[in-house]
Write a protein that binds this ligand. Structure first.
Ligand SMILES: Nc1ncnc2c1ncn2[C@@H]1O[C@H](COP(=O)(O)OP(=O)(O)OP(=O)(O)O)[C@@H](O)[C@H]1O
Ligand SMILES: [Mg+2]
Length: 270
């Protein structure tokens, strides 16, 4: 579990993350959503320690990451896998070398042990026979899967994916989402995903944190988001008239079987 407590971050006097708190549970997909520039990447970088928050605290399984010394942080970092926005594969390295990179950095395994592990994770993301290929020879979806293979090669407890679906068609996005979800439950990982892909929100949003201009505007899950009356969130997710109408239809359909605690007042069918 990861706990984010009252995180603030500014760059040159401009506040980018303002007092954000969240609890991200183990074995589930925790999504950070919001418009471009709302602070998703900055928040994720604060959580993994690539940025130092100005105030607030991050806890990994109850231990304050913020208060840890360098060596202790390195131990936590070994348990973190990250898929960066844009992929960040090394273009001059083959698929195999890319995936092996963390093993070379952090383990003293011999070549056979490393190769076996690389083949295992490549098989897990359905990439066999690509070991000797270079990133430039792969499709966008394949590159993302190499990125995921590299992120999970160290068997992480925590997996961070920054926009895993950017640049992918809807069907390939679904494949990537399903893969992230499967890996999360299979290995009981605390997964954090930054996205503005609404399919992902509905598909894998066990917990959703909606950022608006660096502030937590809403939190909930993929069932609750359908019924939200939060105007900013509604305008964000159901941006097109078509989606807005679809939501209204769904609301009417669901009337009478609304989850407990959700208030549909003001949503009368006319
Ligand atoms: N290193 C930095 N120095 C200064 N400002 C930064 C830095 N990184 C991000 N910012 C600013 O922080 C704000 C939030 O950026 P961030 O990259 O977190 O947005 P995002 O929600 O991830 O957007 P996108 O969906 O486009 O990836 C932006 O205004 C950006 O210019
Ligand atoms: Mg971003």
């Amino acid at each position: 579990m990861i706990e984010v407590r009252n995180i603030k971050k500014a760059f040159g006097g401009k506040t980018v993350i303002e007092d954000v708190s969240a609890v991200m549970k183990t074995g589930q997909c925790n999504l950070i959503i919001g418009a471009s520039g709302s602070g998703k990447t900055v928040l994720m970088k604060c959580i993994v320690g690539l940025f130092e928050p100005d105030s607030g605290e991050i806890l990994y399984n109850g231990k304050s990451f913020t208060a840890m010394k360098h060596e202790e942080r390195t131990e936590v970092r070994k348990e973190i896998g990250m898929l960066f926005q844009g992929g960040a594969l090394f273009d001059s390295l083959t698929v195999e070398q890319n995936v092996m990179f963390p093993l070379n950095m952090f383990t003293k395994w011999n070549q056979k042990q490393k190769s076996d592990r690389v083949n295992e994770v490549l098989a897990r993301v359905n990439l066999v026979d690509t070991n000797k290929k270079f990133p430039a020879e792969l499709s966008g979806g394949m590159k993302k899967r190499v990125g995921i293979a590299r992120a999970i090669v160290m068997n992480p407890k925590y997996l961070f994916c920054d926009e895993p679906n950017s640049g992918l068609d809807p069907q390939t996005s679904l494949v990537i989402d399903k893969l992230i979800r499967e890996i999360t439950t299979e290995y009981n990982i605390t997964t954090v995903v930054n996205t503005h892909d609404m399919n992902s929100v509905m598909e894998i949003g066990d917990y959703i944190l909606y950022l608006y201009q660096g502030k937590k505007e809403w939190e909930g899950n993929n069932k609750e988001i359908i019924f939200t009356k939060n105007k900013l969130l509604n305008d964000f997710i159901f941006a097109s008239d078509f989606l807005h109408d679809a939501k209204e239809m769904r609301m009417l359909e669901e009337r009478g079987k609304v989850p407990p605690g959700l208030d549909l007042e003001g949503q009368n069918p006319q």
